[in-house]
Write a protein that binds this ligand. Structure first.
Ligand code: SAH
Ligand code: SF4
Length: 328
């Protein structure tokens, strides 16, 4: 199809992206088919597997869509110790997963814990370390890098500065500056958007796609908005899964070899949603290692959140005709 050929060649304009974002039926099928071909050509048939540990749900930010926002007084807060994190990282290693992914609310108090544990994970377990901790100073990013982390995810969430400010109560510019700092200190960087935010338009998502292209990061994700209980947006409708899947496919075709996850939130909104993410061109899945008593307090994808086990990840990878990239 002509329109998809244009996308493949990178000759994109906003009306074309809007049309593909809203694709259904044959156009959508073709979009996914080409996306899988691009994935095969640039990334092969392997899916990356990561193991996530959610190390703290304390947060100094107040994002309207997230239940970890600091004004949610109903949420019981926790912060793991470096010993706890290290023993969970051992479990990640034992399952032959190469990357441990440490994620948390924006909690600078956890920095001390992380600084303690990073060198041990790096030197004793020789795992690749991915962080997703939010905004920090250049000095702090530098320190985390020197202590052994190699990758960092900081999503721009939405490219619309007004919407960003309204929902996150901070400026998009500051977030983008942090993204640049991460690159400067030498991290392999990931970014991405949330689709389905209250007040977001198709044009906004088209701008997200263009901003994602401009950011030139190693990883990029598109996640559906899921209403979180006890957050300002708790009564808003969840995202339309087709918009997220089309966004994934468009990024795959435009960005070629980027690593793109199929997030567990896709499974929360639809059974087999993560398989649909793979079939739209994703090539990463994340297994959850947070102990259940803490996990239920880490609420980014609501209390109905879907928990990915290694078995589920492996069977989904297999159903997508891919192979897991694990330690040999
Ligand atoms: N606090 C850090 C990282 C942890 S939160 C930060 O904000 O960068 C990890 C991700 O959860 C965020 O990037 C955000 O995109 C996502 N998230 C939070 N609430 C969400 C919701 N209701 N629906 C979908 N994604 C959500
Ligand atoms: Fe905190 Fe991140 Fe949730 Fe915002 S999205 S409230 S920064 S955990």
């Amino acid at each position: 199809m002509e329109i998809i050929k244009k996308l493949e060649s990178g000759r994109v304009d906003k009306p074309l992206l809007a049309k593909l974002l809203c694709a259904r039926g044959n156009l959508q099928k073709e979009l996914f088919k080409v996306s899988r071909q691009v994935r095969q050509k640039y990334c092969g048939d392997k899916s990356v597997v990561r193991g996530v540990v959610e190390i703290s749900n304390y947060c100094r930010k107040n994002c309207d869509y997230c239940a970890m926002q600091y004004s949610n007084r109903k949420l019981q807060r926790y912060r793991l110790t470096s010993e706890q994190i290290f023993s969970l990282a051992i479990q990640v290693k034992n399952l032959k997963i190469k990357t441990v992914f440490l994620q948390s609310g924006e909690d600078p108090i956890a920095d001390k814990v992380i600084e303690d544990v990073l060198p041990r994970i790096k030197q004793e377990l020789k795992l690749n370390i991915l962080l997703c901790l939010g905004n920090r100073s250049q000095k702090q990013y530098q320190k985390l890098k020197e202590l052994g982390a190699s990758d960092y995810i900081l999503k721009f969430e939405t490219s619309n500065p007004g919407l960003f400010k309204k929902l996150r109560h901070e400026s998009l510019e500051v977030r983008l500056k942090c993204l640049r700092l991460l690159k400067q200190v030498g991290f392999r960087v990931g970014t991405g958007n949330i689709v389905g935010l209250q007040g977001q338009t198709i044009e906004d998502i088209v701008e997200d796609i263009l901003l994602g292209k401009k950011c030139h990061t190693e990883f990029i994700s598109s996640s559906p908005f899921i209403p979180n209980k006890n957050s300002v947006c708790e009564n808003k409708p969840p995202a339309n899964i087709n918009l997220v899947l089309n966004n994934i496919a468009i990024w795959r075709i435009l960005l070629k070899d980027a690593l793109i996850p199929t997030v567990s939130a896709l499974e929360t909104i639809k059974k087999n949603g993560q398989l649909l993410g793979f079939n739209a061109g994703a090539n990463i899945i994340t297994v959850n290692f947070t102990p259940s008593r803490y996990r239920e307090k880490y609420l980014i994808y609501s209390e109905r959140r879907f928990i990915v086990s290694l078995n589920y990840a492996l069977s989904t990878i297999k159903s997508a005709h891919l192979k897991p990239d694990l330690m040999i």
